[in-house]
Design a protein around this ligand. Sequence first.
Ligand code: GLU
Length: 476
Amino acid sequence: MTVRKEPGFRESVNLMFNRAVALMDLSPGLEEKIRVCNATYIVRFGVRLRGKMHTFTGYRSVHSEHMEPVKGGIRYATSVNQNEVEALAALMTYKCALVETPFGGAKGGLCIDPRAWDEHELERITRRFAYELVKRDLIHPAQNVPAPDMGTGEREMAWIADQYARMHTTDINARACVTGKPLDSGGIFGRVEATGRGVQYALREFFRHEEDKRKAGLSGDLDGKRIIVQGLGNVGYHAAKFLSEEDGARIIGVIERDGGILDPEGVNIERIHAWMQKHGTIKGYADTHFTEDGAGLLEAECDILIPAALEGVINLGNARRIRAPLIIEAANGPVTAGADEILRQKGTVIIPDLYANAGGVTVSYFEWVKNLSHMRFGRLQRRQEEARYRLLIDELERLDRYLGDAWSMTPDFKQKYLRGADELELVRSGLDDTMRAAYGAMREVWHGRDDVHDLRVAAYVVSIERVARSYRSKGL
Ligand code: GLU
């Protein structure tokens, strides 16, 4: 397969799917069933604002219902269209299967520039959009559970949850109709950071395997690795923050929509982020290392490139000039199918989107379970765990006294050990475990099969096989 013309996003995902199924033994009927998008609902609704009626177009696309509810974010951007929403819904199906969250794939979008509206206006628009989806069960705790995506966050999810609750006053599970909510509306600790945290865990896992690093021509651990991150939204910001603060990686480049900063000495992510929060742009932060040509920085030399913004940013136009030996797709679809082929030939290792950014939906799963159980994680066992740890510490203290100067506990051991895990720790541990397990599954296919040469195909093979199994067991 050679991709000569740049495919659209939906087509790109299909090409990647096709590359994987060509290596699998699926019946043609089943292959088609998995590939196609089941349904896309388009709604046009009016909201009276600023003295006139404004019409908005929204989408909710359901790619696969082999498991329900279906899951996937709602995006607010002017670029939202049916093709994009369907491509993203398909990616959600494969993503959920890969990280074993028990969901089908879906995605939603509203064609809007969220920065063009005030908060109270956005609330009215969001509630109206939610109303349209709720009344058709396209938002529902058992059937269709949205979450944040580009241009949306906790605030929008709280409005959606409240809108659903108003329309289903006796539904005891109402809060599980959407994830990514603020804590006081039924959210979970660690959901905001989850996708960026997942990127960090994915990279840590990659760097645990000598053979995998060697394929990218890298060695050692993350300490000192030069990273360029594109997009300092929720995902890019958290990934860059954790990798630099906790793993010693050096963020040498930050790319935003209106320019980029490249500093081989490393940049301060917190400060750039604070600047952007205040000024809404990266411009003006630093004169010396700033360039208007942000996209050009994708081609700069570094060890790891993290595209964490839009789809299609690495394409037939620039793929040949990309110098990073390792790309981790924090965004959905940042590398087109054409670029993917060029990069593979060059030997670039790509950690694919359906794995790399699955931290978000993984923690969404935890939130959904928390909402259905009506109890925060750790509430039952935390103190009981502490009591058991206390028994051990008491014994150790006895030994300490007995041995005198010969042995003593390390000063903060007792304090650290005694503390039972709170919700945030449990969420992080569940996420870490998920990312390691999914990597293991991909890796087994990547290294175990002679006809699989890259992580993307490996990821698709694992996911499609799981979806196929689920269809087969249903007798479809
Ligand atoms: N929008 C995120 C994604 O693309 C999260 C989806 C979710 O949590 O359901 O994976």
